[in-house]
Design a protein around this ligand. Structure first.
Ligand SMILES: Cc1cc2nc3c(=O)[nH]c(=O)nc-3n(C[C@H](O)[C@H](O)[C@H](O)COP(=O)(O)O)c2cc1C
Ligand SMILES: O=C(O)C(=O)c1ccccc1
Length: 322
């Protein structure tokens, strides 16, 4: 990959402390396995907001897949389809949603709320018509994070010939005026499940429930927005305390192995999303590479469940983690 693009995918904001904290939080945890619980054969299937998944792992929304591989988002979606999981398509996707949909994966669509609500409504209509099964609204980006690698590299825009293919020639606006009324507006604008991505504070998790969110994603945007923000795994318990089981709580950031998935599930997440590992799979081998990444996570999760004394994700409980 072009090193400038590799930096774009890998990098975080500021000192990259939060980027590192996400993976460190998993490395700090240890599993206290149970034995003699009859763990075979495992069943990893999970349903989230009406979407059936072969395992509790989804593809996080990430920008610009054509920079990673000529198959682009359609290749990523084909990998998701082969693995039986869902892909969250970024608003900054470089291929049209209708093309990505031809790969046959279950798709959710990620949206940065746009001040041009007429355009936003049209985009929601377009992706709904294309068959997406949920809207994921990213709420952690009132402004873009300060990404020093991109600034140093002068990476400010897509190269000629590439564009955000679902934006009708517009730029994505990150809007610091956003508030809960914008969420209420989105809630009224769609019958699709509405999922808020980028929640870290328990008070915001409670507000998300009150404003009709169908699920939330505990996320710090992979350490790309507020450097110094809490690691997502460390934020999870208080968020779960605030939601009290009323809606599913998903998590992303720093998940690199199947045992990381196991830890997140045991601490109460319904499912996880993975960002950079999928981009690396895509860059290395297109749709097959994405599938390989997902199948590796599945095999590791399955193996970990057996060794920790769980037959299915629902058997995992917080007492298994220290
Ligand atoms: C290169 C890159 C681009 C991203 N683009 C988006 C995006 O367009 N929309 C969004 O909501 N999140 C975006 N994210 C954040 C991811 O959805 C996710 O929160 C994060 O990557 C999870 O951390 P992980 O990469 O450690 O798995 C992006 C992340 C990366 C690394
Ligand atoms: O969200 C991101 O992290 C990201 O990298 C991005 C870049 C351009 C447009 C939208 C998102």
């Amino acid at each position: 990959m072009n090193p400038v693009h590799a930096d774009f995918f890998a990098g975080g904001a500021g000192e990259e402390r939060t980027l590192k904290a996400n993976t460190d939080a998993y490395a700090r945890r240890r599993i206290i396995p149970r034995v003699l619980r009859g763990t075979g054969p495992r069943d990893l299937r999970t349903t989230v907001c009406g979407t059936d998944l072969s395992m509790p792992v989804l593809i996080a929304p990430t920008a610009f897949h054509l920079l990673a591989h000529p198959a682009g988002e359609t290749g990523t979606a084909a990998g998701a389809a082969a693995a039986g999981t869902a892909m969250v398509v970024s608003m900054a996707a470089t291929q049209p949603i209708e093309q990505i949909a031809t790969a046959g994966a279950t798709l959710w669509f990620q949206l940065y709320p746009q001040p041009d609500t007429a355009f936003q409504d049209a985009l929601i209509g377009r992706v709904t018509k294309a068959g997406v099964k949920a809207l994921v609204v990213t709420v952690d980006s009132p402004v873009l994070g300060h990404r020093r690698r991109d600034l140093r590299n002068g990476f400010t825009d897509l190269p000629d010939g590439l564009a955000c293919a679902n934006m009708d020639g517009r730029d994505i606006v990150m809007d610091a005026a956003l508030g809960w009324p914008h969420i209420d507006r989105l809630r009224a604008a769609t019958g699709l499940p509405l999922i808020l991505k980028g929640i870290l504070h328990p008070a915001d998790a409670a507000l998300a429930v009150e404003h009709g969110a169908d699920a939330i994603i505990v996320s710090n945007h992979g350490g790309r927005q507020l450097d110094g923000a809490i690691a997502t795994l460390d934020a999870l318990p208080a968020v779960l305390g605030a939601t009290g089981g009323r809606i599913p709580v998903l998590i992303d950031g720093g998940i690199r192995t199947g045992t990381d998935v196991l830890v997140a599930l045991a601490l109460g997440a319904t499912a996880v999303l993975v960002g950079r590992p999928v981009i690396r799979g895509l860059a290395a081998g297109g749709a097959h590479g994405v599938r390989e990444t997902l199948e590796t996570l599945r095999a590791q999760l399955d193996h970990g469940l057996a060794l920790a004394g769980a037959q299915r994700p629902a058997d995992l409980t917080p007492d298994l983690i220290t």
